[in-house]
Design a protein around this ligand. Structure first.
Ligand SMILES: [Mg+2]
Ligand SMILES: [Zn+2]
Length: 202
């Protein structure tokens, strides 16, 4: 099955800081969970921020980091709802963050579904989304951080040359932690094992 030609998105705000480090943010299971079912983020009204998310984002933005969401969204490749559902959830996330005084600088998303044979070099654990954001904002990847709940987040960070990987126990983190601690592959220079994004500081 041919890959959809519109499966990739990169949206960066005009106000995003350029030339410095980024805090790359996995979305599902790292920034947000869903009230009753963490694996199924279909209802924008059902999402909740992981406690402490906004405070962490504000700390990093004040320290000069660009805040960039980097997310695999295979549901887009699987179903007809596509980017409309993604955009609705993004608006809800932006509103929840705005209530707490935080603003994201952009997001990068891959909508390819690997089980449909839609492989690509953007979908994590590949580094393409990180590299696209770095190219757009002339980011300093060595000083950047990637926070995520899966090993594939850490692998993508390492492949892109991101200096620090931060693994959290929210979302799929409990299940993935043993994979991260026994990981043999090339790692980021620094690997942090945290409880949640609330524990991350510049
Ligand atoms: Mg995740
Ligand atoms: Zn893709």
């Amino acid at each position: 099955m041919p890959a959809p030609s519109d499966a990739h998105r990169i949206q960066i705000r005009e106000t995003a800081p350029r030339g410095g480090p980024a805090l790359f943010l996995d979305r599902d299971g790292t920034l947000i969970g869903e009230r009753w079912e963490p694996d199924y983020l279909a209802d924008p009204e059902g999402i909740v921020l992981v406690p402490g998310t906004a405070e962490t984002l504000i700390r990093f933005r004040d320290a000069g980091y660009a805040l960039i969401v980097v997310t695999n969204q295979a549901r887009i490749g699987r179903g007809p709802s596509g980017w409309e559902e993604y955009d609705a959830l993004s608006r809800r996330l932006d509103a929840l963050l705005a209530d707490a005084g935080a603003v994201l600088d952009g997001d990068v998303a891959c909508g390819h579904a690997p089980e449909l044979g839609q492989s690509c070099d953007w979908r994590k654990p590949e580094p393409g989304m990180i590299l696209a954001a770095a190219n757009t904002l002339d980011l300093d990847l060595g000083r950047s951080i990637f926070v995520g709940d899966k090993l594939s987040d850490m692998e993508a960070a390492a492949k892109a040359g991101v200096g620090t990987g931060a693994h959290v126990l929210t979302g799929h983190g409990q299940r993935e932690r043993p994979l991260v601690t026994s990981w043999e592959g090339p790692k980021p220079r620094r690997l942090l094992l945290l409880d949640s994004i609330a524990d991350l500081s510049p």
